[in-house]
Design a protein around this ligand. Structure first.
Ligand SMILES: [Cu+2]
Length: 158
């Protein structure tokens, strides 16, 4: 059998055709994720020592900046209380080893590394408790490494 001027047997041709179909599906599913699902990659921010101080800055009633510091084996701040409809910019870094930062129920998944700051923005449109987990194995206390975002309950901060 001839394919693009190359002589192939029928099994080679089937293998080639399967690879082309799978790659086409893969490329279009990537385009779908980037386009329709609006998934994006974390932004990199220039690191300085001020990012090692955990804090929650209230910009206005529905806009917050959270400076999140990961370290063995927890996140600071470990509890964030915000009203429904808030938009939160998360700036993430680590004090020691590599940690993960995953917000359950949100499309947010970042790496925390010392010397690097990554930023993602999330909007919280429904009330509830959103758990944050470390998803990079970081030592014996890894399974206890979590924090929470409490959305829509009385907002007394710490
Ligand atoms: Cu960790």
């Amino acid at each position: 059998m001839q394919f693009l001027g190359i002589e192939l047997d029928k099994y080679e041709f089937r293998a080639l055709l399967t690879a082309i179909v799978v790659m086409t599906i893969f490329i279009f599913s990537m385009l779908y994720v980037v386009g329709a699902r609006r998934s994006d990659v974390p932004e990199c921010v220039n690191f300085d020592k001020s990012y090692l101080t955990p804090r929650i800055d209230k910009i206005d009633d529905s806009t917050y900046e959270v400076y999140m510091v990961a370290q063995m084996w927890g996140f600071q701040p470990s509890e964030i209380r915000i009203p429904v409809g808030s938009t939160v910019d998360f700036y993430l870094t680590s004090k020691d080893v590599v940690h993960g930062f995953y917000i359950d129920g949100k499309d947010i998944n970042m790496m925390a590394e010392y010397g690097n700051v990554t930023k993602r923005t999330a909007k919280f449109t429904s009330a509830g408790v959103y758990k944050i987990f470390c998803h990079e194995y970081c030592g014996v206390g890894h399974q206890n490494m979590e924090a929470q975002i409490i959305v829509g309950f009385p907002t007394s901060q710490q």
